[in-house]
Design a protein around this ligand. Structure first.
Ligand code: NAD
Length: 291
């Protein structure tokens, strides 16, 4: 078993971006600028946004964190987004999900200009990605591809099983792994909550992407010897032994699955840091596209 270490790979990606950003500045060009909107006081969202802002500082990007009250109206949020769309200095815009119930996620996603859509959620970004055109890839699937690439994991002709079909992880990674380029050319099976015989399907997988949000769901007897396992899940489960009062669990039972796998991501320290590295890559690209 080998670890797919998201901390190491994300650091390598960020080191490259730091060098490229310094080169931009030497050439008299602007630093990439990410604007992040955080609404309300969700603990997990606070942590994610703080990591994104910290990563911007690490690589030399400018960042603007905009904190808004939980009670902000949808109209006011959309107005704020329009302002950011029109601000030439801002290259990438992200709105941390989930949103308060009274705000339409779809309207928010569609209001962000596709050229600043560094989360890759806008229908135009998704459509371009599906058609194989240059596009911002959604950060988590993109981070997974960067990790597979870093470890030179063979994907051509492999059977990849994706568990989960959300717009932000399962569905896009299934399309990306199926593309006619490396990392890709997999035969992909997408599983979801109505899939029959999930265990039988997983046992045929060379690569499993677990993205269903159910702690330690994937057990040792669901995985064939030598499979590559990517655990996207992040769930906070109560744990009195931790200072925070919770532990972070992935969707894979690591202790059972790791001995059977050839490569496996840990949680934490796997896909999470790669998501942020991918976001940084998208922000750099958004900025460079304006040169
Ligand atoms: P989601 O709730 O939107 O989607 C879950 C999917 O899993 C659904 O398509 C559902 O059909 C499927 N599913 C649920 N139960 C199932 C079952 N028993 N068998 C098969 N399929 C089942 O979740 P999401 O937004 O895609 O997130 C999934 C997990 O990944 C969560 O734990 C989330 O916190 C985590 N996540 C991590 C990162 C990261 O950076 N590491 C990023 C995004 C999401």
């Amino acid at each position: 078993m080998n670890l797919l270490d998201g901390k190491i790979v994300s650091q390598a990606v960020k080191d490259r971006l730091k060098t490229q950003t310094a080169e931009r500045l030497l050439q008299g060009k602007k630093a990439p600028h990410l604007a992040a909107i955080l609404i309300g006081n969700n603990g997990a969202s606070e942590t994610y946004v703080a990591s994104k802002v910290k990563s911007c500082a690490e690589v030399g990007f400018t960042s603007t964190l905009i904190r808004l009250e939980e009670s902000i109206s949808e109209q006011d949020l959309l107005f704020k987004l329009t302002e950011l769309n029109e601000d030439f200095d801002v290259d990438g815009i992200l709105v941390q999900l989930p949103l308060p119930k009274h705000i339409s996620e779809q309207k928010v996603i569609e209001t962000i200009l596709p050229s600043k859509d560094v989360d890759g959620f806008h229908p135009e970004s998704v459509g371009r990605m599906v058609q194989g055109l240059p596009a911002f890839y959604p950060a988590t699937p993109y981070g997974i591809l960067l990790m597979l690439e870093h470890y030179k994991i063979e994907t051509k002709g492999k059977h990849a099983v994706v568990i989960g079909r959300s717009n932000i992880v399962g569905r896009p990674i299934s399309i990306m792994l199926n593309k006619n380029e490396y990392p890709g050319n997999c035969t992909v099976t997408v599983c979801h909550s109505h899939t029959h015989n999930l265990k039988g399907i997983c046992l045929q997988a060379d690569i499993i992407i677990a993205a269903l949000g159910k702690p330690e769901f994937l057990k040792g007897d669901m995985v064939k010897e030598g499979a590559v396992i990517v655990d996207v899940g992040i769930t906070r489960v109560p744990d009195a032994s931790k200072k925070s009062g919770f532990a972070i669990k992935g969707d894979v039972d690591f202790n059972e699955v790791a001995p059977k796998s050839s490569y496996i991501t840990p949680v934490p320290g796997g896909v999470g840091p790669m998501t942020i590295a991918a976001l940084m890559m998208n922000t750099f690209k958004a900025c460079a596209a304006k040169d």
